[in-house]
Design a protein around this ligand. Structure first.
Ligand code: AP5
Length: 218
């Protein structure tokens, strides 16, 4: 299974990617997570990406495409992958298409998570993340067992720099301008399935699994 998750910030891509990747037995490849890991380690890539991420802008395609190419060439991605947060615009989608075509393969499905903007703002202002394993929580909808601590490794949860309301609104604008045309691109390619991403996490997962299964047989 070679799949892409697309949707506005806060749609639940990371939450669903973590669950679906385990069930589909493929690695989850999240460009946001890779960038944040590099920022936290102070690498050259992290230093380049940070200024864009803090503003809520996209990191330049040249940097992002090279990073994804490197990640998808690793052995664990040979049998499939679930991409979370990439591609983000039509240029990145064209690059992915040619990368996969060089390997004699292509995408199976692009799953669009649909959610309205006010729900996004509510979700992101309550999000907390684990710096160790990347697991995502919400202070109300998906709280950890012990407040402020990751259920899996006990690390102290943190709030992302780009989850301030002003930056969230800018990320939504970037989504409308750059990523909505990507959704239309995948619709034309016949790869897109859209599902509602509102409601409890497990209900969204059930919708996602049904949509992927349907696409696989069609
Ligand atoms: P990235 O990390 O990809 O951020 P994003 O797309 O803005 O998405 P988020 O991670 O904010 O949200 P999500 O949809 O994963 O939602 P989540 O599951 O966490 O990118 C960050 C930055 O990196 C970008 O701005 C850019 O600078 C750079 N970047 C990344 N990829 C790039 C690319 N390809 N090109 C260029 N630059 C790139 O859920 C959100 C919250 O809601 C959580 O608290 C969660 O618990 C809660 N929640 C989830 N599901 C539900 C539900 N069903 N009901 C209630 N709450 C829920």
């Amino acid at each position: 299974m070679r799949a892409v998750l697309v949707g506005p910030p806060g749609a639940g891509k990371g939450t669903q990617a973590q669950i679906l990747a385990t069930e589909l037995k493929v690695p989850k490849v999240s460009t946001g997570d890779i960038f944040r890991f590099n920022v936290s380690k102070g690498t050259e890539l992290g230093l380049r990406a940070k200024e864009y991420m803090d503003r809520g802008d996209l990191v330049p395609d040249q940097v992002t495409n090279a990073m994804v190419k490197d990640r998808l060439s690793q052995d664990d991605a040979a049998g499939g992958f679930l991409l979370d947060g990439f591609p983000r615009n039509v240029n990145q989608a064209e690059t992915l298409k040619s990368m996969l075509s060089d390997l004699g393969t292509g995408l199976d499905v692009v799953l669009e998570l649909q959610v309205d903007e006010e729900e996004v703002v509510r979700r992101l202002s309550g999000r907390r993340s684990c710096p160790e394993c990347g697991r995502v929580y919400h202070v109300e909808h998906d709280a950890p067992r012990v407040a402020g601590r990751c259920d899996d490794d006990g690390a102290e949860l943190y709030q992302r720099e780009d989850d301030r309301e002003e930056t969230i609104r800018h990320r939504l604008k970037v989504y409308r301008e750059q990523t909505v045309p990507l959704v239309e691109f995948y619709e034309r390619e016949g790869l897109l399935v859209g599902i509602s991403a509102t409601g409890p996490v497990d209900e969204v997962t059930a919708r996602a699994k049904a949509a992927i299964a349907e696409k696989k047989v069609s």
